[in-house]
Design a protein around this ligand. Sequence first.
Ligand SMILES: Cc1cc2nc3c(=O)[nH]c(=O)nc-3n(C[C@H](O)[C@H](O)[C@H](O)COP(=O)(O)OP(=O)(O)OC[C@H]3O[C@@H](n4cnc5c(N)ncnc54)[C@H](O)[C@@H]3O)c2cc1C
Length: 498
Amino acid sequence: MRDPETGRYQREGKWQIMIHGESYKPIVAEAARKAATEVYNRIMVTHLLMDESKPNRVGGAVGFNVRTGDFYVFRAKAVIVCAGGASHIYKPRAVGEGMGRTWYAPWSSASAYALPILAGAKMTQMENRIVLTRFKDGYGPVGAYFLHLKTYTENAYGEEYESKWYDQTKEMVGDYIDRHPVPTCLRNHAFLEEMKAGRGPIRMVTKEAFQDPHKETVGWENFLGMTIGQAVVWASQNIDPKHINPELTTSEPYVMGSHATCSGAWASGPSDYAPDEYQWGYNRMMTIDGLFGAGDTIGGTAHKFSSGSFTEGRIAAKAAVNYVNDLRNEQPRVSERQYEELQQEIFKPLETYRVGRNEIVAGTVSPSYLLPINGLQRLEKIMDEYVGGISAHYMTNEPLLTRGLELLGMLKEDLAYLGAEDLHQLQRAWELHHRLLASESVTRHTLFRTETRWPGYYYRGDHPKLDDNDWHCFTLSQYDRQSGEWALEKAPVYHIID
Ligand SMILES: Cc1cc2nc3c(=O)[nH]c(=O)nc-3n(C[C@H](O)[C@H](O)[C@H](O)COP(=O)(O)OP(=O)(O)OC[C@H]3O[C@@H](n4cnc5c(N)ncnc54)[C@H](O)[C@@H]3O)c2cc1C
């Protein structure tokens, strides 16, 4: 929205402009629809196809229609993965009937990571999960409150607490605590330490700002674009922010490449800016020929958010068109055998359920299959307890990570026995496969980076300090589908702007 007097975009803070997401989502969707000759909706993509005539080259993708169950084979010279980030790999704060209430969208199924990982693409910064400070129980956004309404936080006794933790944080991360604005993870760190010191809950002071009717309206409207549920939670808990300062909490960790963290696939850089060694092909192409990505899928480029993600999608699409044109008549070879084998694998959980359902022991417990919900809860529990989730105060170490990997390995074996009652559950089954592979990647990366670079997002208890000498770098991993082995390495960070 522009300032009527200056004609410039209205800013909320130093960099932020109000995006009015409720309006622009349909605008972006319409543009996408007009740009495509054919749109296939409701297809869950489960696997990428690989070219059989040239190693390390993509040949398409397969999936199934979640309403009809039809199997789809897309032969393609180029593929762009843009399947969002990963929620529900860690146990959420809301469990049971409230488990759908997460901050990142529940449909962020980690496909964006599992698809390239399985194809052998290099991944980067998968340890860089994010933890959000949000209004409690509804995950309502706090950024606009701080920036626009000029609200602030305090502990249970009405005290400012962030400055109390300055010296302790400086000891851990050095001068990063003096950056402006203070890095978000470090503000989380002060929040968590204050809670652990027994001075919670932390509250947002809204009572002052909400006396101004304009700010009160803005405060409520702020939830409309992204988290209407927060308004409902406040209503149901008798919280009127004009009279009560609402509680804040820190979320379970999420993995993503667009929203201030930079997990995802390692992509070739732009020809005008990237150092030579970071250009091996077309812009946004992964380490697999013809495989591109955008938004949450691509790592190493953290501050994309929504406009950056769709812009990256446009860049990736243009690069993919150039790649296809340059291939001329060359076609990837994909045999029927390749996709028929995948078809068998994809629909197997329906068969497993059909055969095993007569052996029910009690309720939904069967000796022959595992339901996706049970597998998901087991995954979330492992990640929570061993890889730095909420119940461990985001803390982990080498022995925990090593045991976590063993347990993830056992879960992986058991996923061969997933049972799906219907197509909806079949989708859940494949989401679980994708979440598990992404979780394994997160755990491997967390084990590899022997420092605590982002206190407030996670802590390595055995390496509690930030270590710029050894770890001011990207972490890269590559999965070998045949052997199940992971290879990890470091890649240098080049600062192209001061
Ligand atoms: C609560 C909340 C508030 C936010 N606020 C802001 C904000 O104020 N400003 C801002 O700029 N950004 C904001 N963001 C971030 C922004 O939404 C993301 O950065 C952006 O949506 C990422 O775009 P993407 O295209 O990579 O992923 P998404 O927008 O998540 O799109 C991925 C799509 O892929 C689909 N998909 C997933 N797996 C598969 C599969 N296997 N097969 C087929 N389809 C699949 C999903 O259903 C989804 O439609 C917010 C995000 C959240 C959750």
